[in-house]
Design a protein around this ligand. Sequence first.
Ligand code: UD1
Length: 422
Amino acid sequence: MDKFIIEGKTPLKGTIAVSGSKNAALPLMAASLLAEGPVKLTNIPILDDIHTFNKVIKETGCKVEFNHADRSILFDASGVTQYIAPYELVRKMRASFYMLGALVGRYGYAKVSLPGGCAWGPRPVNLHLEALKAIGVKIKMDNGYVIAEAPPSGIPGGEFTFNPRSVGATVNVILAAVLAKGKTVLHNVAQEPDVVQLCQALAQMGADIQGIGKSKLTINGVNSLKGQTLRNAPDRIETGTYMLAGIMNPDSHVTITNTDPDDLGHFLEQFEQTGALMNISGTTITVKAPEIIQPVSITTDVYPGFPTDLQAQWATVMTLADGKSVITDTIYTDRFSYVPELGRLGAQLDVKLNSVHVNGNSQLTSASIMSTDLRASVSLVMAAMNAEGTSEVLRVYHLDRGYEFLETKLNAIGAKITRAKE
Ligand code: UD1
């Protein structure tokens, strides 16, 4: 396993380009299975999660060619003969569960492993299954696998209300509904940019989806979808992460390019309340660190609210703020594995129910730290970059799942991060 050795107290100065979005790419990759012709996706990040999902898709017999040089993947589903997503792959990445909606939608049958637990507690799939049932898919369990089957006459369609809103469940049922025989009406759907992009892509492929971007979607099933070239959005969580990393040292001044500021929702207003200077111009965001970081409490929410995927990074910045703040996660109430690790660097913060209470004004000092998930890991890297001395962040494979060339990008603007074997 790899670790990072990080020299602290390095200001970040320069330009950093955002990669394509991991979470937005995965639904598009699943949607490629629905097309009659080849689908080419561009602006795809080179990440372990993308490689894993490519493997899942290949298991079906779909041709998958990932061209790293131009960040594109070409899918050709004409040779699909297997409708299975095995446990060995699904357990590595929960989003493989999107195969359920895509396979049953296109071929009328899917056998997909249940994803199992996750580093930050239970992540149920009840809504995925209930929504599929509501549109007429038969669901049964078999040895840890979900078997989804369409009636012989095809998926009839139906009506479903999500409660709570779920990105994954919304994606799965959309994938199953676009080729259905009848009409599907979905209420309280996730409105995250990743879901909007999926709907727009499917519409471009020939799907009939009304209400894109709104909380009610109406999908009239069509007979077939055609292949297309589709450009994936920039990664909004990577953008937010670099914005936050860019204000922890008072000398930092970072320009973030190739992004889409609109995808950040209310995060942008909350970011400015820290005292940081922010300038947005088209697809570029420039941030300048404040002399003193103001404490700002946040509560995560569905889009356009504060994203849970930036919660750990926010708490990390707040350890350096001039006062107390409270970070509350309403989406994943137990996503705080980074808290004791930040404590090892000298930060003062405590978990109470689903909130982290942060005492600001910490003087961070080096330590060996380790984490169990993607966003927690990046927050530890951010903290180590601002701690006195040389720290080690262990198990960086979590970062390789979701941040393209993290240390290369950060080192290019002043960080001192070395990758080594643990
Ligand atoms: C996606 C993102 C993840 C992000 C999360 C919330 C991907 C690959 N992952 O995860 O990075 O943190 O959105 O923005 O895009 N829920 C249920 N039953 C279900 C499904 C979900 O109760 O069947 C609950 C969850 O426990 C959670 C809430 O709904 O409290 C939202 O989860 P959801 O939007 O489904 O997250 P994911 O799609 O898994």
